[in-house]
Design a protein around this ligand. Structure first.
Ligand code: PEP
Ligand code: MG
Length: 588
């Protein structure tokens, strides 16, 4: 048995069989092809290459159309390599001379090409090895069937093992076939992790070398609470983990009693708990778990699921569905937050050099006005059906907010002219996700009706720690004094301007951090649906004065480690039942 530690991102335990999604060239088998089958093997190779060239043709045309000829040139380079006789010739010869399978010949030929590039003095050549790996995996996909295609044929439920997964790949998993996943890379608040949570799929990311260690078909246990992966577990471990699964079930049942109770502290303060959703159907979970509405609808997921940009009607239908499921509870729609680790199909072809600091979120919407206006029309139309709020992501300057509001007003006028109904008083808010926004919160507060603090990004940008990078996951600390100081400033600015302030980052759903947020004055927390009852139990167990005392104490610490340890101890003291038995281990 092998135990691999990783980062727990979506709770729950599953026992299943491994399905390795990627083609790791080092793990492609070599076998001997009988003499008579050699011509057919060469044909398989030629067909895979021809199909890969066709793909590249399409990708090139798309990139040229979207981004211009310069950016598309990378695919010309891929096409050129794949048409080069010096690369293809040796593959064919190898199959003919050594009677090996086409897959093996592809791996060997691309490997020696990569080595040649690696040896070049010019660094521009050396960096081409990534392109070569991409190209090899494209040809292998055609020979062996791509990961998703093989997955579709799978007959038993599987635990996906992959180097990395995009949020859209994760969202596209067939829930009947996929029961959990483990990846080499990723961080606690990466969007793939957020999707796993939304789907209730136990997941461990940042496992570093799981793809090297695991074999398809192996038995595996994923412990999504503690961040452990057990490959080929012993009978004893299987028995122990089946016991844990049973304990979790009982604990969840005890939580369901809390769902229907009000979210009020022992000293009578109402702390609104609302949900974060990526897909409209999740609104059902939010309501069932006792949420008072949706504090964050990540509308960009409409773009990630399909091949094409959603139409106004598709936007409208999604919002209308949320409103219907929420039955009178407010829906906060965040305008699209594309970029960083969330790309549309077309944009994923031309990654930016530094995407977290690139054309993302509101910057992208302001650059793509037609797309933005389409979404605003749909949001406004939906506002006629039920209580809707709108918020803009990643505002960094007052100018961006004013620009976005100007377009919103313009779209309102259009709708007015067309006689289409909408809520003229629809509240407008901004997300506070970067230090610059937190530091100008006083100014922003004059022009919006609410703030929502996005700690996932605020932590990333304050501490300069990529939220998706497992190598620096230890530095990703929401309890860092700098982050706490920024949140406090935002809460004070909101109180002064008498506007609402909430937190919708993943940290709001952590019991210990929620204590701090309440102590800093926040009265709305927006969390993943399945975290709602945990949080409500906490709210019902404390007095606000206790939270304030805790926040004061935390602010006196100079280190994030001290702050985090203290918060965890306090949460344990206040709600020991949440940390009983297995749950204690879960948070260690
Ligand atoms: C955040 O940054 O905290 C947030 C809620 O937005 P997202 O996780 O979608 O970036
Ligand atoms: Mg964010």
């Amino acid at each position: 048995m092998q135990v691999l530690p990783g980062i727990p991102v979506s709770s729950g335990i599953v026992i299943g069989r491994v399905f390795v999604l990627d083609h790791d060239p080092h793990r492609v088998a070599r076998w001997t092809v009988p003499e008579a089958a050699v011509p057919r093997e060469v044909e398989r190779l030629d067909k895979a290459i021809a199909e890969s060239l066709q793909d590249l043709e399409k990708v090139y045309a798309g990139a040229e159309h979207e981004l211009g000829i310069e950016a598309a040139k990378i695919f010309l380079f891929h096409r050129g390599m794949l048409s080069d006789k010096k690369l293809i010739g040796p593959m064919r010869e190898m199959i003919r001379d050594e009677h090996v399978n086409a897959e093996h010949a592809v791996v060997v030929a691309f490997d020696s090409l990569a080595q040649m590039f690696r040896k070049q003095r010019d660094s521009a050549f050396r960096t081409k090895t990534d392109d070569i790996r991409d190209l090899a995996s494209r040809v292998l996909d055609h020979l062996m069937g791509s990961g998703p295609a093989r997955l579709a044929q799978l007959e038993h439920p599987a635990v996906i093992v992959a180097t990395d997964l995009t949020p859209s790949q994760t969202a596209g998993f067939d829930r009947k076939k996929v029961v959990g996943f483990v990846t080499d890379s990723g961080g606690r608040t990466s969007h793939t992790a957020i999707v796993a949570n939304a789907l209730g799929l136990p997941a461990v990311v940042g496992c570093r070398n799981i793809t090297a260690a695991a074999q398809s078909g192996q038995t595996v246990i994923i412990d999504g609470d503690r961040g452990l992966v057990l490959l080929d577990p012993e009978e004893d471990d299987l028995r122990r983990y089946r016991g844990f699964i049973e304990q979790r079930r009982t604990y969840q049942l005890s939580l369901s009693e809390v769902a229907g109770l009000p979210s009020i502290t022992r000293d009578g303060v109402h702390v609104r708990i609302v949900g974060n959703v990526e897909f409209p159907e999740e609104c059902t979970t939010v309501v069932d778990q006792g949420g008072e509405g949706v504090g964050l609808y990540r509308s960009e997921f409409l773009y990630l699921a399909g091949e094409t940009e959603p139409t106004e009607e598709e936007h409208f239908a999604a919002y209308a569905r949320c409103i219907e499921l929420l039955a009178g509870r407010p829906l906060t729609i965040r305008t699209v937050d594309l970029g960083a680790d969330k790309y549309t199909q077309a944009r994923s072809m031309t990654p930016e050099r530094n995407p977290a600091l690139g054309l993302r979120s509101i910057r992208y919407s302001l650059a793509e006005k037609a797309m933005f206006r389409k979404q605003l029309r749909a949001i406004l139309r939906a506002s006629a059906l039920g209580p809707v709020k709108i918020m803009f992501p990643m505002i960094t300057t007052i100018g961006e907010l004013r620009h976005a509001k100007l377009i919103l007003r313009d779209v309102m006028e259009d709708l007015g002219d067309e006689g289409i109904g909408f809520d003229r008083q629809m509240p407008v808010g901004v997300m506070i996700e970067v230090p610059s926004a937190a530091l100008i919160a006083d100014t922003l507060a004059q022009e919006v009706q609410f703030f929502s603090i996005g700690t996932n990004d605020l932590v990333q940008y304050t501490l300069a720690v990529d939220r998706t990078n497992e190598r620096i996951a230890g530095l990703y600390q929401p309890a860092h004094p700098a982050v706490i100081q920024l949140i406090r400033g935002v809460a004070k600015a909101a109180a002064k301007a008498e506007i609402e302030v909430s937190c919708c980052g993943e940290a709001a759903g952590e019991l210990d951090y929620a204590l701090l947020l309440m102590g800093l004055g926040l009265r709305t927390l927006s969390v993943p649906g399945n975290a709602i009852p945990h949080l409500k139990r906490l709210v019902r167990s404390v007095e606000i004065s206790q939270c304030e005392r805790i926040a004061r104490k935390v602010r006196s610490f100079d280190s994030e480690v001290q702050a985090a340890t203290y918060l965890r101890d306090q949460a344990r003291k206040l709600v020991p039942e949440a940390f009983d038995g297995r749950a204690v281990e879960a948070r260690d």
